[in-house]
Design a protein around this ligand. Structure first.
Ligand SMILES: [Zn+2]
Ligand SMILES: [Zn+2]
Length: 253
């Protein structure tokens, strides 16, 4: 499988899977469908404070696969630096039992979310679902290893077991460096990069890896998400000027 196909497979897989029975019949109905839209379609809602003034992040991990506190702090700093949310970024961290698989398809990951997710958009707060799994992506093939995937407008998964295998041993990056790289990369897809809901202000999409930036040092380069060998980065990549311009043009900082 080429990188190109893999990159396409990682995004927008679940666009047609919203079901009409996804609305609860409780006293205050929760409209879950609004959190099951195409990746990037809530970019402006997340970047600006026009509709939502705060972000709630439901950070759920399988026991033993909790991200480091440094990573969580870096993630909040990243969001704070890019978005207008005067009422803050609130993390709600929770452990779940292992779903018991060694590898997961995106559809299986969406099923875990359907079962476990409790936070949805409400009032002026937009909700994000971040899942840290004890298994690997079913799309791993040969030496191509997927580290994370954004699959709906407010949902992403981190293959934390894979991250453990690639970090914190001699000659490997620190775990928080690898985790922060993947988490901020996936969240930036949800913010609409690259040309995924935050329109490009200059042409910088990687033709061979759609919805990624063509600047090799940028956070949105495809190698922040797929490794083809030992993960070599010792520093967390940041967004280049072109990606930053796209976010600002769509209501971000
Ligand atoms: Zn990506
Ligand atoms: Zn870029």
């Amino acid at each position: 499988m080429t990188k190109n196909i893999l990159a396409v497979l990682l995004l927008g897989l679940l666009l047609n899977s919203c079901k009409s029975d996804d609305t609860d019949d409780s006293l205050t109905p929760i409209n879950k469908v609004v959190n099951r839209q195409a990746t990037g379609s809530s970019a402006n809602d997340l970047l600006s404070d026009d509709t939502f003034t705060s972000i709630a992040i439901e950070l759920v991990f399988v026991e033993g696969f909790e991200p480091t506190q440094t990573t969580i702090d870096n993630f909040v700093s990243f969001i704070t630096a890019r978005t207008f949310k005067p009422d803050g970024i609130n993390i709600e961290k929770r452990v779940i039992p292992s779903p018991g698989q060694t590898s997961y398809t995106i559809e299986e990951i969406a099923d875990i979310e359907r079962k476990e997710r409790t936070l949805y958009n409400a009032g002026k707060q937009i909700a994000i679902w971040a899942l840290f799994l004890d298994g690997e992506a079913d799309k791993n093939e040969g030496n191509q290893v997927v580290l994370g995937s954004a699959y709906w407008n407010t949902s992403f998964v981190i293959y934390e077991k894979t991250i453990h295998e690639l970090s914190d041993s001699p000659f490997e990056p620190k775990r928080s460096v690898l985790e922060t790289t993947v988490i901020t990369h996936e969240f930036a897809h949800i913010l609409g990069l690259t040309d995924l809901g935050s329109p490009m202000q200059t042409a910088h999409e990687d033709e061979e890896n759609p919805k990624h930036c063509d600047v090799a040092s940028c956070l949105m380069y495809w190698e922040s998400e797929i490794t083809t060998g030992p993960f070599k980065k010792s520093e967390i990549p940041v967004l280049d000027d072109q990606c930053l311009a796209d976010l600002r043009a769509n209501g971000g900082k």
